[in-house]
Design a protein. Sequence first.
Length: 80
Amino acid sequence: MMREGETVYLGIDDFSFRRGYRFGTILVDLESHRPIDLLPDRQAETAAAWMRENPEIAVVSRDRGSRVCISGFGSRSTRH
């Protein structure tokens, strides 16, 4: 996945690398509607670590059914 500029509006959802066996997380730039990264799992800490490395993110939108939980991440105090 290629990144062009900074992503401010991030969409996050889980997906299957192999149907029913191995799951990951897809990160999408909501302005360009393009995928910007694939994470190897759907653990909250993996997504949080990625977002800490990308402090320009202002808004995160996730699918309600997603197993990736990012609650409380919008707080500036959680960013490093």
